[in-house]
Design a protein. Structure first.
Lengths: 129, 322
């Protein structure tokens, strides 16, 4: 199974370029089950969030989710195992980036950041004054 | 003008500035806590307008630690050293726009007092080697929970759709709930609320049980830590996942019950749920299915810092003159 997602990257100085991401997931993988159950736009968003924080490993031309059990506790307790494992790696990547003083990935906008900013501004306006 | 966000939580103070963010324990000691340490050094001392204070984890272990736990903290001089420490850690200097906010339920009552206390205030901060003067030119106030909603929206995690989004911010002392119409992110005031429930509710219950069993009442810090891992206590251990489970179950049950009471039939309109706040990760799966709808997956760190980043975002917007 190959899932493909693309996005404009506004976070690392290559704004305007497109990222294409191929993810190979075995048909028996829990991640495959979870992805298959998601609508296409959610599937792309999930993959891009994994890619944004480097949770996907380069593996000969394609990227794949590394194997390994989820860490105990936290969100791992409430998620599908493979998604939980990926999220734990996101958390680890975020911790490493934050500890190294590099950019905080949470402040980087996803593909829809422009829309998101406008919607956030609309919400913020409700509390202005 | 620079902008900074500070979430003055009851358990942790979280700050966000530019791409950086951090957190420290909501505790401080005046006069450096006698930090000369008999020549052994000691924790870092911050000079706030010339007065030495120790804030954060080193202070939490001090017998004279001060933990401002009352309402109205943004205007309370007792909490000023925590705010000053956050500004110091954030590295800001000169004129700044400060984004912050009280719990949702206290927002209206505390807004004016916070403005009067902080807007236009100048703080002289130093560590003995360097000094920075910070002037809070503007105070941008948003309720807790709304800060997190701003973060989620700006990230594109609350896309337009049908129904309602519920942002549930589980903190140390309160749980703030912000309900938004997903179509345009307008708030639904009747469904927004502050519940007097948080990690402290479970920690206090655990502490009372430990006292019944051992005859000794553990400190708040120890009880909070014991919600996660066993802690040494009078020759044995207390706490840990198994011992804490009934208290966390009770807390999750109480939050669920209160939410369903507030939402009533409107619960069926909730199509997106985001759990944020430092205690949300602690409760983990216990809040699964709290309300119907798709759960937004966030890392523990995102959950903890969402409000501070949202406050910073609102402050940046004001600084830009938006």
């Amino acid at each position: 199974v190959r899932a493909v997602a693309s996005s404009r990257d506004d976070g690392d100085g290559v704004s305007g370029s497109a990222i294409r991401l191929r993810l190979r997931v075995g048909p028996r993988s829990p991640l495959h089950r979870v992805l298959a159950a998601l609508p296409p736009e959610e599937q792309a968003r999930a993959l891009l969030r994994l890619a944004e924080v480097g949770a996907l490993r380069q593996d000969g031309g394609a990227r794949s989710v590394p194997e390994g059990p989820p860490a105990p506790g936290g969100m791992a307790a409430v998620m599908e195992p493979a998604i939980a494992a990926a999220l734990v790696r996101i958390a680890d990547a975020v911790e490493r980036l934050a500890d190294s003083g590099m950019a905080w990935p949470g402040r980087q906008g996803p593909a829809s950041a422009g829309d998101g900013e406008a919607r956030a501004a609309a919400l913020d306006a409700a509390w202005d004054g | 003008m620079d902008a900074v966000g500070v979430d003055l939580g009851y358990g942790l103070v979280k700050w966000s500035h530019g791409a950086a963010c951090g957190a420290f324990a909501s505790a401080w000691v005046p006069d450096g806590g006698g930090a000369d340490g008999w020549g052994m050094g000691g924790p870092p001392v911050l000079l706030v307008d010339g007065a030495p204070v120790v804030a954060g984890e080193p202070a939490a272990l001090h017998p004279a630690a001060r933990r401002p736990f009352a309402d109205g903290r943004l205007a309370d001089p007792e909490a000023l050293p925590l705010l000053a420490s956050a500004l110091w850690h954030a590295g800001v200097e000169g004129e700044v726009v400060l984004g912050s906010g009280p719990p949702l339920g206290r927002f209206a009552a505390e807004r004016e007092a916070a403005r009067a206390a902080l807007e236009g205030r100048t703080l002289r901060l130093g560590d003995g080697r360097r000094e920075r003067v910070v002037r809070i030119a503007r105070l941008v106030l948003r309720p807790q929970g709304v800060g997190a909603a701003l973060y989620l929206a700006a990230r594109g995690l609350l896309p337009p759709g049908a129904g309602l989004a519920a942002v549930v911010d589980v903190g140390t002392r309160t749980t703030d709930v912000v309900a938004l119409v997903l179509r345009d992110l307008s708030p639904v005031p009747d469904l927004c609320c502050s519940l007097g429930l948080g990690a402290a509710t479970a920690a206090n219950a655990l502490a009372r049980e430990v006292q019944r069993r051992t005859g000794h009442l553990p400190s708040f810090d120890l009880a909070m830590a014991a919600l996660r891992e066993p802690q040494p206590w009078h020759g044995g251990t207390v706490g840990g996942p198994e011992e804490a489970a009934p208290h966390l179950d009770a807390l999750a049950g109480a939050i669920r019950q209160e939410l369903l009471r507030v939402f009533g039939d409107a619960a069926q309109q909730v199509t997106t749920v985001a759990l944020v706040g430092g205690a949300a990760a602690l409760l983990g799966g216990r809040l699964r299915g709290l309300l119907p709808g798709r759960a937004i997956a966030l890392t523990d760190r995102e959950m903890m810092h969402a409000n501070a980043i949202g406050f910073c975002w609102a402050a940046e917007r004001t600084a830009r003159g938006a």
